[in-house]
Design a protein around this ligand. Structure first.
Ligand SMILES: Nc1ncnc2c1ncn2[C@@H]1O[C@H](COP(=O)(O)OP(=O)(O)OP(=O)(O)O)[C@@H](O)[C@H]1O
Length: 275
């Protein structure tokens, strides 16, 4: 279970209202894509789900409990950049969370506990397709590999909720398509609720099962400080895309939508007889 309930949440910075009246229930194992114009508060919203920011008004609960005011292991996060530690190897990056979690007194795990943590980290590294790169440093990896590493680092802690802030925005299209395949598999195979901020509508509709848009209803320059963004669209993907169930309408790679959405017979209807 990992239901997130957001009730009448507002976020203000000094005089500026960034978000207002946000009420939303995110079901366990949902994959929500959050879209909207630049500056409308998407990252701020994500940071509130992470516990990095507090709502000015309203409440956010996770499984019926108020969200802790600090980020915790139940919520993993991947940003577009700077999610991994440049001075640690791939294995060191994935191991770090496990070491910190398992050692409230000592800095490092030792003996059997450390061996178990290394095995867990290696499994996670293989899961995201980085087996063989354990001793490399982030600077020796491509952008796509670094984001796979960031996913492994977040997922090794077995979070209930994965928060993604434009995680694939800097990747070129081929690499992005590959990592979409990975992301979809992780969502299907892991008991995760995902909330992803993206500017890419195609990415939103390819990966998510619900697309939510924030927009400022009043956006004249003199109104911007006094009115925040609200939830303006809430679209459930049809036919329903459910975690753990095959999705016949969604290509495994981000191929042309037409080739997946219509069969050859449908397309044949479009051709002129005798052509
Ligand atoms: N810590 C902060 N202090 C003051 N203002 C902030 C802070 N964080 C964000 N803001 C303001 O909140 C507004 C929303 O910012 P946010 O980064 O959440 O938007 P966004 O929708 O994610 O934008 P983008 O799509 O460009 O990344 C902006 O006007 C920003 O300047």
């Amino acid at each position: 279970m990992s239901e997130i309930v957001i009730s009448d949440v507002w976020k203000e910075y000094d005089e500026q209202i960034v978000l207002e009246q946000i009420s939303l229930t995110i079901a366990p194992r949902a994959f929500v894509a959050l879209v909207g114009p630049s500056g409308c508060g998407k990252s701020t919203f994500l940071r509130m789900l992470l516990g990095d920011e507090r709502p000015t008004r309203g409440t956010i609960t996770l499984d019926g409990h108020p969200l802790p005011s600090e980020p915790g292991p139940d919520r993993g996060v991947v940003f577009q950049k700077y999610s991994v530690f440049p001075h640690l190897t791939v294995l060191g990056n994935v191991l770090l969370g496990l070491e910190l979690q398992g050692s409230s007194v000592r800095i490092c795990l030792r003996g059997e506990a450390r061996r178990r943590a290394i095995d867990t980290a290696r499994e996670m590294i293989a899961e995201v397709g980085l087996a063989g790169s354990e001793t490399k440093y982030p600077a020796q990896l491509s952008g796509g590999m670094q984001q796979r590493l960031a996913l492994a680092q977040a997922l090794v802690m077995r979070p209930k909720v994965l928060l993604l802030d434009e995680p694939f925005g800097a990747l070129d299209p081929g690499i992005r398509a590959d990592i979409h395949v990975l992301m979809r598999r992780l969502w299907h195979e892991t008991a995760l609720t995902v909330v992803m901020v993206t500017h890419d509508m195609r990415e939103a509709f390819t990966l998510a099962n619900r697309v939510i848009a924030f927009e400022r209803p009043r956006d004249r320059p003199e109104e911007r400080e006094r009115y925040g963004a609200r939830l303006s669209q809430d679209i459930s993907i049809w036919p329903a895309r459910l975690a753990g169930e095959p999705d016949p309408y969604s290509p495994d790679r981000d191929g042309p939508i037409l080739s997946e959405a219509f069969s050859r017979d449908d397309l044949a209807l479009e051709t002129v007889p005798g052509d």
